[in-house]
Design a protein around this ligand. Structure first.
Ligand SMILES: Nc1ncnc2c1ncn2[C@@H]1O[C@H](COP(=O)(O)OP(=O)(O)OP(=O)(O)O)[C@@H](O)[C@H]1O
Ligand SMILES: [Zn+2]
Length: 597
């Protein structure tokens, strides 16, 4: 469908062309009316020369006519009795019919008026249709009454971290006064980010449901491509309605549609205005009014930073794809009310639905039920689920998911296990809170949460450790799958490691050979040739660190295997599970290796 903006442009173009054409017609007509004044003598001469075509003969002091070359003229009406005869003799047509004459005068005028009128009607029709659409959309922002939201946290399976985060807000919403008493500020905005169908909307609804407050839902894409100013107006009216309700949850899906990073290139005034209205409204609520705005997006990194500042959407909660355990819970939730055959093993299905979102799992169970119902089967059985499985993934990816993803999972598992293992061995004060092979929005493979302890300074060892941790993913890939089977999965890691190593050399004087100079100052026109030397030194340094990492991993290869196997089984490991596996390792004693560079 064509966007409203485009439509508006097309309408304006049509109108413009119509106006242009009709004004041309109008001028053409009046140009013939643009009469020259002839004296009676001049007229007689023209008549004799045979240049006069028509004379409009009325009982008026002036008469009008048209010359053969098309120019109109007027001249004095002699009102003599045989004037008409004289004209006729000279082969001039004579018009005496008043109506006819009036008509020729007026027709053009009427034409113009009709054209304008038609255009006006057309236009107002269009715009009123458009505005009425807009307004009907606007008035469709209705609160869903608290009684109608049956969704509670019980309806959300998995997503434990996100759930915990949102649960905190329930109490804020129930008793804002309590928090006000302590001078605590209620968070105003929370952004839920993650892949589609992972339950972001569901979580927002559950918050409203649990807190027993009304729920307003809009989508960012409803605000774009509408008439100037309407987006901002709708934001204001949304918040006005919300305020009338008192405590409530406002849910804005697809917030990225209004809050995209402004890069100067695709600056869009309209969405800027709408975004500004949103920000103003959000900083405008009274403290502890009890309105919480939840926004959802698939990509956090594309959002305008203005949205993420304190007092706005300052809480960001990831809602990721479910791991095997969560998938089991979701499958269970959606088969509660369905007659399942005995041959169905939900745990098994959970294992086979890698990378499925909650929405896809729900869909899988629903499709299976439909298939079973169609053939009046007594139970939903294995073949229904199998058929439904292909239906759900059909059209998503052409590749054979079952085999390719298995290989991918394995590589990811070893890669991530490598990061986690090396972190725990060489930097035991770093916390690894989570390792997963489920892709997150932050990166392709799994994501290892790595929280270094808070310190004012970073030591040379810290920085080298950091590089080794970054390299550990690649090291594991190489050791397990062979040098030829290393993957592109390490590209971010390599970038990180390079950044650190270059800063060690160029900024921090942490490389013996290159000494204590700030190479950033020396470079450019002053230090030609330095680049090559720095690059060479950085490469040697990196090689050494890679080698060390490999050595450590080699000594602890069983732990790597155990971690990877657990990851393949559970997909996500928490801190305790990781620690338990590492504990059985002979701890790397941190014996210092001499770094002469
Ligand atoms: N964790 C979950 N637990 C239970 N059901 C879920 C879960 N995740 C998704 N679903 C199911 O999928 C449906 C769609 O989820 P929802 O609309 O909340 O996804 P979303 O993350 O908001 O997606 P989008 O980014 O496409 O807006 C839900 O109505 C629910 O049936
Ligand atoms: Zn990595």
């Amino acid at each position: 469908m064509i966007g409203f903006k485009k439509k508006a442009i097309i309408i304006v173009m049509i109108v413009f062309i119509l106006v242009l054409l009709s004004s041309i017609a109008y001028f053409k007509f009046y140009n013939t009316e643009e009469t020259i004044n002839l004296s009676y003598n001049q007229f007689m001469e023209k008549m004799k020369a045979g240049e006069v075509k028509i004379v409009y003969l009325l009982d008026e002091p002036k008469l009008k006519g048209i010359l053969k070359d098309g120019t109109s003229f007027s001249t004095d009406n002699p009102r003599t009795e045989n004037f008409k005869e004289m004209l006729l003799i000279n082969n001039i047509s004579v018009e005496e019919n008043k109506v006819n004459i009036m008509l020729t005068n007026v027709i053009g005028f009427i034409g113009v008026i009709i054209a304008f009128g038609a255009m006006g009607i057309f236009l107002s029709n269009q715009s009123s249709k458009q505005t009425s659409r807009e307004f009907s959309k606007m008035s469709s922002i209705e609160a869903v009454d608290q009684g109608d939201i049956k969704v509670t946290f019980a309806n959300v399976a998995g997503n434990d971290e996100a759930k915990e985060n949102i649960m905190d807000l329930v109490d804020f919403l129930r008793n804002p006064e309590k928090y006000a008493k302590y001078g605590a500020r209620i968070p105003r905005g929370v952004i839920l980010y993650g892949p589609p169908g992972t339950g972001k909307t569901l979580l927002a609804k559950a918050l409203a449901g649990e807190a027993n407050v009304p729920f307003f839902a809009v989508s960012g894409s409803d605000f774009v491509q509408i008439y100037a100013g309407l987006g901002a107006g709708r934001i204001r009216s949304l918040f006005k309605k919300a305020r009338e309700k008192g405590k409530c949850v406002i849910f804005i899906d697809e917030i990225d549609a209004l809050g995209k990073k402004r890069d100067g290139l695709n600056g869009n005034d309209e969405s800027d205005r709408t975004l500004n209205a949103l920000l103003t409204e959000m900083s405008g609520f009274h403290e502890n009014e009890g309105i919480i705005v939840i926004a959802a997006t698939n990509r956090l990194d594309t959002l305008d930073e203005a949205l993420l500042r304190p007092g706005r959407f300052d809480r960001q909660v990831e809602v990721g794809l479910p791991d095997v355990n969560a998938r089991y819970k979701i499958l269970k939730l959606y088969s509660n009310t369905k007659p399942l055959g005995k041959n169905i093993d939900l745990e098994r299905i959970a294992q086979e639905t890698v990378y499925f979102s909650g929405a896809q799992l729900e869909n899988l169970m629903n499709e299976s039920a439909i298939l079973a119902a169609k053939v009046n089967a007594e139970y939903i059985d294995k073949k229904h689920i199998e058929k439904a499985f292909y239906k759900v993934i059909a059209g998503e990816e052409k590749k054979d998911r079952s085999t390719i993803s298995e290989n991918d999972r394995k590589i990811t598992a070893y890669h991530e296990a490598g990061h986690a293992l090396i972190t725990k061995l060489i930097a035991p004060f770093n916390r690894v809170t989570k390792v997963t092979i489920i892709p997150s929005t932050k990166g392709a493979g799994g994501f290892s949460m790595n929280i270094p302890p808070d310190k004012m300074y970073r030591t040379k060892k810290d920085m080298m450790d950091h590089i080794k941790i970054a390299l550990a993913g690649r090291v594991a890939e190489e050791m397990i799958f062979g040098e030829e089977n290393i993957t592109t999965g390490a590209s971010n890691d390599i970038e990180k490691a390079t950044k650190i190593i270059v800063s060690m050399i160029k900024q921090f004087g942490m490389n013996k050979k290159m000494g204590m100079l700030n190479y950033e100052m020396l470079q450019g026109n002053k230090g030609a040739g330095l680049d090559a030397e720095i690059i060479k030194e950085a490469r040697l340094f990196m090689e050494e660190l890679y080698h060390d990492t490999k050595k450590i991993m080699h000594e602890n290869i069983e732990q790597l295997e155990m971690l990877a196997r657990e990851l393949l089984k559970k997909e996500t490991l928490n801190e305790e599970e990781i620690d338990n596996i590492i504990k059985s390792s002979k701890l790397y004693n941190g014996e210092s290796i001499a770094y002469d560079r």
